[in-house]
Design a binder for this molecule. Structure first.
Ligand code: CKU
Length: 598
């Protein structure tokens, strides 16, 4: 198996970060391969890695470039004794083909999860080595996320996403050389059970050999609190310090492969002692009911696009906490791993979403290629096998990467697909079943449902452990002066969910109104800050009247970049904060509500 463990440095392992200024070259006619670009790019410019290339250019055709493009870097490799050498990409959007010293090393489909390639036999030690990556950012109906690729009359390709965020692409997350012993730790799982004031931690470790494994847990002061031997077993912590929202206490868990008193390999990680369950209409964290408050987010910021930046992320966590939020959804793709590490530290919950967005043919998915008004069926026989394979892979990589974070409380398997035909159920049922086999913590699974996925018509909500709705009453439906009508329609729909939710919680994963940070108007009009407040007041009034509503994640944390179009004004403006992270009026309304709402 491929190990997706985050790189670390200790006596047994090493990692070298290859981030920096790489070379890049566009390949609009896809001639790079036959022209031998794997041996070096003939006419390149410099490009930061990690980075989303789009907003770094001043030329429109480069910002919107769609097709093949190549990256290259060189690194000096010191002499290594007895180590396997891997190349690890945090993400390459949407697909990559990797060459080392001119030779094919491996490929990966999917732009939001890491992949590793064993390059031990391809590199030369004590010498400089060349890495070349062919990247492609085209969308189609079997890619995750879904979309189409249009060809203009001059032959240029243009991405037509079936989703509402800019198709940022490139080598968007960090690249590492990872050096591990021949016999190494590949993966691990932990499952917490609370027994009174004590905790039981069941663990399972996968290694590439058969030597003994030792697992130890240390508290924050460095005292050893539990130890066990074997690849599977249980550890017991007396008087366990729980991981909670107001006190996100983290233990360290250290896995070692041992040979007598010698360590063959060692991998240290953080461990939060917490449980998460759905019980009847309740969501329980450590056995106590919680109400989810927070945001749907994006990885999106001025200039850097989707590149992870610690300072931006720190500011986002500060704003989330300031507003009284306790949760965010990684709409619409798994974020950089550092987001989850920070959420563990900050005590913020995450609903982790796979990039399955755009599985719908309609105008609402913002697709120029969409067939609005026609048959909206999406899961047709010609695309299902390939789509399902890509979707399965994205689920597997997300769960493998993120399963051990205490902050991750649920996995979202889709965002707003077509769900009103039996084909949709037949498509999703095996994916939910598959996800359940991957998560030993048996976390709740969900998926965000679009407005036409009503309780009577939706075939897929039965697959979800809690129901997640994206609803826009007062924006896409009956906005402005019709707001009272929106409230009535919203209540009618909620009355219908009431019967479905007799024994299941429901949360809102999206609701929001586009709002200009520069518009004020009394009385309000749509797009003004006053209207955003009235919109939220109405929505909260409705949500508060139904006891099965157990969470509200507003859309969106901040304004974000999208494809150009008549529905968007230099991006989506539903942010509670502007794109540069300053509050709109609604931020204060949310803060007032969330500081007391439980
Ligand atoms: C959001 C029709 C609802 C689509 N939903 C998905 C999300 O990605 C969009 O940004 C709504 C919106 O603002 O329209």
């Amino acid at each position: 198996m491929e190990s997706l463990l985050y790189p670390c440095i200790n006596a047994c392992r090493k990692s070298v970060c290859l981030d920096g200024l790489w070379k890049m070259q566009f390949d609009p006619s896809s001639c790079g391969k036959e022209s031998g670009w794997m041996n070096g790019l003939p006419d390149s410019f410099s490009m930061p890695v990690p980075g989303s290339f789009a907003d770094l250019f001043t030329e429109k055709e480069y910002r919107d470039y769609c097709g093949d493009f190549w990256y290259e870097t060189k690194f000096f490799l010191e002499k290594q004794e007895g180590k396997e050498i891997y190349l690890r990409f945090g993400s390459v959007t949407h697909r990559a083909e990797v060459y080392v010293n001119g030779k094919y090393a491996g490929a990966h489909e999917g732009g939001f999860t890491p992949f590793v390639i064993n390059i031990t036999d391809l590199v030369t030690q004590d010498a400089r080595n060349r890495i070349v990556v062919k990247v492609n950012n085209e969308l189609n109906e079997t890619s995750i996320p879904c979309g189409a690729t249009a060809v203009l009359s001059d032959g240029r390709k243009i991405a037509k996403p079936y989703f509402d965020f800019f198709n940022y692409s490139g080598i968007q997350r960090s690249v590492y050389l990872v050096f591990v012993p021949k016999e190494s730790i590949l993966d691990y799982d932990t499952v917490v059970t609370l027994e009174g004031t004590d905790a039981r931690v069941d663990y399972a470790i996968q290694t590439s050999g058969s030597h003994e494994v030792v697992t130890e847990i240390f508290d924050r002061k460095g005292n050893k609190v539990a130890e066990n031997k074997g690849k599977e077993g249980a550890l017991f912590i007396e008087n366990a310090h729980l991981w909670n929202l107001d006190d996100p206490y983290l233990y360290s868990i250290v896995f070692r492969i041992v040979d007598g008193d010698q360590d063959i390999d060692k991998y240290p990680a953080r461990l939060g002692i917490r449980t998460i369950q759905v019980q009847g209409k309740k969501i329980l964290l450590n056995g106590e009911e919680i109400y989810l408050k927070g945001y749907g987010k994006h990885e999106d910021f001025e200039v850097i696009g989707r590149t992870f930046n610690y300072s931006v992320a720190k500011r986002d966590f500060a704003l989330m906490k300031w507003s009284g939020a306790n949760c965010f959804r990684t709409s619409h793709y798994p974020y950089a791993e550092e987001w989850y590490q920070m959420a563990d530290e900050e005590g913020i919950l995450i609903i982790d979403e796979v990039p399955a967005v755009g599985m719908m043919r309609s105008l609402m998915n913002f697709a120029a290629a969409g067939a609005g008004g026609k048959d909206t069926r999406f899961f047709m026989a010609d695309i299902v096998p390939q789509l399902q394979e890509n979707h399965k892979q994205a689920i597997r990589e997300m769960i493998q990467r993120d399963k051990n974070h205490p902050s991750v409380i649920a996995f979202s398997i889709f965002n707003e697909p077509e769900t009103t035909y039996q084909e949709a159920y037949d498509y999703f049922k095996p994916l939910f079943d598959y996800a359940r086999t991957l998560d030993r913590q048996n976390r709740p699974l969900t998926g965000a449902l679009l407005v036409n996925s009503t309780p009577d018509k939706c075939c897929c909500h039965t697959l979800c452990d809690f129901i997640s709705l994206n609803r826009y009453y007062g924006w896409y439906i009956a906005g402005g002066p019709d707001l009272p009508e929106a409230e009535k329609a919203f209540r009618r729909e909620m009355d219908a969910w009431n019967t479905v939710c007799e024994n299941k919680p429901l949360i809102f994963t999206e609701f929001g109104a586009d709002t200009s940070a520069f518009e004020h108007k009394l009385p309000s009009v749509m797009w003004s800050q006053e209207y955003q407040n009235e919109y939220y007041e109405m929505n909260f009034r409705v949500m508060d009247s139904y006891d099965f509503v157990k969470g509200e994640l507003v859309w969106n944390f901040a304004d974000f970049q999208t494809t150009e179009g008549i529905m968007r004004v230099n991006g989506n403006k539903k942010g509670i904060f502007t794109r540069n992270r300053q509050p709109k009026d609604a931020a204060f309304l949310l803060k007032k509500r969330w500081e007391t709402k439980s």
